[in-house]
Design a protein around this ligand. Structure first.
Ligand code: NAP
Length: 307
């Protein structure tokens, strides 16, 4: 028999949806993925999640949400969904050869940080290369650091890194930032921040730890080495929607399209919440809020329309 609600993904959106769906007696199944808990599992302290005046560690927050979802009867499967079929009722999702059927589905697979794909980057990941300044900045006290990107994230993270680093070089491939003016100006004006305009990073240097990066001017083609002990990437995120291509409408950047003000996707009965929908706010609390809405939308849809 088909499940009532299947939730795919287990960040704040998926887990909040699970808590709400479970408390609504929908007995949800959550396929949490191999990287359970989403991006907050990669952070250290979360200081802006309401209700924790002294902050809380990201993994602890996610563990709490998971326990809360289980407490009300969410059944959790610790695997990745490999394929879905939303073309007819009941909807189907596969984990390898195991098939799940459900009347409603909530997609909350999140987004993943982009990487440059340059030599040395993968080898030195965790040894000076990071895509999360808020997670790893703390380890780089009094070091020279570089950060790649020209958006709000790059500005925010460069400013954050100045708390620890002796110097932060923002390497940007163009001659102007995409970031909001106020954020960009704050970064440009900061005494510890220098900007390398029109420059790409082509290689991360170092044997066991990062010792520098190879940079090239897009204007002159001249390459040089910049001695840094950390390279942070802030070049955006990609939504985790590969398995949903051709199943629900995606926008040109690959995010799931929802009707304004709802979590309804192009397929009635399939709902989406969190960073997989939202390329702008990308916050734990906004994702959790959307997860709550998705569960309520799914509940109402099952009541009113049903499969
Ligand atoms: P973003 O706005 O898409 O910016 C990504 C930046 O990375 C761009 O400057 C882009 O360069 C650069 N980039 C992308 N691929 C690259 C590559 N392969 N090599 C070199 N550079 C590359 O992403 P984001 O900064 O993560 O922001 C995402 C959204 O969240 C935005 O809407 C942003 O406003 C919002 N946000 C808001 C705040 C805030 O208000 N406090 C904080 C963080 C994020 P180009 O400019 O040349 O394309």
């Amino acid at each position: 028999m088909a499940e009532k609600v299947l939730i795919i993904g287990s960040g704040p959106a998926g887990l909040t949806a699970a808590i709400y769906a479970a408390r609504a007696d929908l007995s949800p199944v959550m396929i949490e993925g191999m990287q359970r808990g989403g991006q907050l599992m990669l952070t250290t302290e979360v200081e802006n999640y309401p209700g924790f005046p002294d902050g809380i560690m990201g993994p602890e927050l996610m563990e709490g949400m998971r326990k809360q979802a289980e407490r009300f009867g969410t059944r959790i499967v610790s695997s990745d969904v490999t394929k879905v079929d939303f073309s007819e009722q009941p909807f189907k999702a596969w984990v390898g050869a195991d098939e799940y059927e459900s009347d409603a589905v909530i997609v909350s697979t999140g987004a993943s940080a982009r990487w440059l794909g340059i030599p040395g980057e993968e080898r030195l990941r965790g040894y000076g290369v990071s895509a999360c300044a808020t997670c790893d900045g703390f380890f780089f006290r009094d070091r020279n650091l570089a950060i790649v990107g020209g958006g709000d994230s790059a500005m925010e993270e460069a400013l954050f890194l100045t708390k620890f680093a002796s110097k932060v070089t923002i390497v940007h491939r163009r001659d102007e930032f995409r970031a909001s003016k106020i954020m960009a100006q704050r970064a440009i004006d900061h005494p510890k921040i220098e900007v390398l305009w029109d420059t790409t990073v082509d290689e991360v240097l170092g044997d066991d730890l990062v010792t520098g990066i190879k940079v090239t001017s897009v204007k002159t083609g001249a390459s040089s080495e910049l001695p840094v002990e950390g390279l942070f990437l802030a070049i955006g995120h990609d939504p985790n929607t590969k398995i949903f291509q051709g199943q629900v409408d995606l926008d040109p950047a690959g995010y799931i399209v929802t009707d304004p003000g709802t979590t309804t996707t192009s397929v009635p009965g399939v709902f989406a919440a969190g960073d997989v929908v939202d390329h702008y706010y990308q916050q734990a609390v906004t994702a959790a809020g959307m997860g709550c809405r998705a569960a309520i939308d799914a509940e109402h849809w099952l009541d009113r329309v049903g499969p």
